[in-house]
Write a protein that binds this ligand. Structure first.
Ligand code: GLA
Length: 618
């Protein structure tokens, strides 16, 4: 493995090897494909909802505890509101039998006992299915797991001689067992086995675990073997297609934003973790929120950002911290995050059950448009997020990140509504309505999130800006060559930086081409290709140019718009300082648009480009 490592500098350069020809030809990653390449397989048209054992019990779970929460989900009415996945996280396994078959820990899951000792989760999944629920399971992409590596004192770690319970070397067989034989519907796949078992690790030196040359590095994205990690997940996807052939599966990627998974996880899985594990603390919530909040363009129906499971019920989010618990839920709803409850529902007080059951916020999260909220503003501790809903309404959340009360101002322009027409806000916690014209001030308690549904008169009357529609915009190639830690996140470790952004440059600045500011638009690096689904609009209009924030003033960029694979418009070669060029194309009958910005060289980070005011028009 070590000899054949392909380094991350080669992302996007797929090699086509013609039979009999020794020389490799790099394919052009910017060539139009005429198709939407983000994942739509599996069951994730809207973000998954349900329950997971980890935050409630860590590995100390058993059948009784899990089924009690499942029963509560049904009896409380949460199942009817969409919470349907009941997911077992780490802690369910006994060991891998010598012949390779995985065995269930039957002392914890008695219904899995069989006369011949082979164990089966089928009675358990049958039980969940009979309750109208779905069943989820946990595994690791390496040979060994996270708890084995980092939580040696946890109960229920694998036992026996062969403690290699991960998928590595067993992908097809394990997926066949979990989905085909046992009837699971969901799998969460961790990456600890790909990162913690190197030759120098104490785990391997102790002789307890076999060495696996790390291909994943959580701290340094460029030390990961990105193609190798992706290839393993692709193998899982192939196995799922075979063993869950009815397509009733959900694939959850859990590699915490590493290996630049932002750029490719959306093409492979249904949800993809953007950060390390959440903890029941306000600062941890903010970090996890920040890793997903600037990735709106990387989430679409079928492939969502996952800032980790809900921790409502514990620590800073328990019943004594209702403000924080409500903020957690509202922010996750706005981000189109999976809503996976992580608490022991046997003991959850009604106040918190009401948080999980807030129909208005569930509707925001499950809105069919599939548009993740976009960060519209940040002033000190106040952050405003706006999410476009399928019927044209907006959801707006105003977050007070800080620990002192704050005044915040919402203005109609942040909603892309007119300043001179009334806006109606419905408070999604209280159900009450308020009206304003122009702007309105609010007083926020520490850590409070106000969240509303908003109706108003649109500034752009005959269409929608692409930046309002992240669910139909896919940065198929985002130009990122050397992913960097995001310095705006504390601690700055994940590759959330330099990606495509709605209404911002890839580095979070306002969009500007020569003397012109664009409040609306897509910011992305050069040598990029955006795929855009057309939902029956007749025209696309845009003003293109190299963004003023580019550090390279010499290299020109050419912008081309394709419709279903055919070129529709092309700009002149534009350098930094050149005026934005207007392009307009007829999109009648066109299903997929591709917006390509191309330049010489690979130093794309020096050339942020702006698709200013990019909009679909009727
Ligand atoms: C990792 C994941 C967690 C959980 C644990 C289980 O840390 O990120 O969500 O699944 O593994 O060990």
């Amino acid at each position: 493995m070590r000899k054949h490592k392909i380094r991350s500098g080669m992302i996007g350069l797929a090699l086509i090897l013609a039979p009999g020809i020794a020389q490799a030809q790099p394919a052009d990653p910017l060539a139009p494909t005429g198709r939407w390449t983000a994942n739509t397989d599996g069951q994730a048209a809207t973000p998954p909802m349900g329950w997971n054992s980890w935050n409630a019990f860590f590995t100390d779970m058993d059948e009784e505890k899990v089924l009690a929460s499942a029963q509560k989900i049904v009896s409380s009415g949460l199942a009817a509101k969409g919470y349907r996945y009941i997911n077992l996280d780490e802690g369910w396994w006994e060991k891998r039998r010598e012949d390779g078959r995985m065995l269930v820990r039957t002392e914890k899951f008695p219904s899995a006992r069989t006369d011949d000792g082979s164990t089966s989760f089928r009675p358990f999944t049958d039980r969940l299915h009979a309750m109208g629920l779905k069943a989820g399971l946990y595994s690791d992409l390496g040979r060994n797991t996270c708890a084995q590596a980092y939580m040696p004192d946890e109960p229920n770690l694998p036992r026996g001689n062969v403690r290699e319970v991960g998928l590595y070397g067993h992908i097809d067989r394990d997926i066949g067992l979990y989905f085909g034989e046992w009837g699971f519907d969901y799998i969460k796949i961790d990456g600890c086995g790909l990162r913690a078992y190197g030759p120098d690790s104490a785990l391997v030196k102790s002789g307890r675990y076999r060495e696996l040359d790390p291909i994943l590095d959580l701290r340094d994205v460029n030390k990961s073997d990105i193609p190798a990690v992706r290839d393993l997940f692709e193998q899982v996807k192939v196995a799922l297609a075979r063993h869950a052939s009815d397509g009733d599966y959900l694939l959850s990627l859990c590699i915490w934003g590493s290996a630049n998974v932002r750029s490719w996880g959306k093409d492979v899985g249904n949800i993809s973790r953007t950060s390390d594990d959440i903890a029941p603390r306000w600062d941890a919530l903010l970090t996890n929120f920040d890793t997903a909040a600037t990735r709106a363009l990387y989430a679409h129906p079928g492939s969502w950002n996952d800032p980790d499971m809900l921790f409502i019920g514990k620590g800073d989010f328990d019943e004594n911290h209702l403000v924080e618990a409500q903020s957690h839920f509202a922010l996750w709803a706005m981000l189109n995050a999976p809503l996976l409850i992580g608490t022991d529902l046997r003991k959850t007080p009604p106040l918190l059950m009401d948080v999980f059951g807030n129909d208005r916020l569930i509707a925001i999260n499950q809105d069919k448009g599939g548009h993740q909220a976009v960060v519209a503003d940040r002033q000190g501790d106040i952050q405003t997020l706006v999410k476009t809903l399928a019927n044209g309404d907006k959801a707006v959340a105003i977050l007070n990140r800080g620990s002192t009360p704050q005044d915040a101002t919402l203005n109609a322009a942040q909603l892309k509504f007119r300043n001179d027409a009334p806006v109606r806000l419905v408070d999604l916690w209280k159900g009450t309505a308020v009206d304003f014209t122009g702007e309105r001030s609010f007083r926020l308690a520490p850590h409070q999130t106000l969240v509303f549904r908003a109706k108003g008169a649109r500034s752009l009357t005959d269409g929608m800006y692409l930046s309002e529609l992240p669910g139909v915009v896919n940065p198929a190639v985002d130009g990122v060559v050397r992913p960097k830690p995001d310095p705006t996140i504390d601690p700055p470790i994940y590759a959330g930086w330099d990606g495509a952004q709605a209404d911002r440059t890839p580095y979070g600045r306002g969009l500007q081409v020569a003397g012109r500011h664009f409040v609306n638009g897509i910011g992305i690096l050069s040598n990029s290709r955006l795929e855009v689904k057309n939902q029956h609009y007749r025209r696309l209009t845009v003003s293109v140019g190299v963004d003023n924030s580019a550090t390279d003033a010499k290299r020109p960029v050419t912008f081309v718009i394709y419709g279903d694979g055919r070129p529709l418009a092309r700009s002149a070669a534009l350098r930094r300082g050149d005026a934005a060029q207007d392009l307009a194309v007829n999109t009648s009958g066109v299903k997929l648009l591709e917006l390509v910005a191309r330049s010489e060289g690979t130093d794309n980070e020096a050339l942020p480009v702006t698709w200013g005011d990019a909009a679909f028009r009727r």
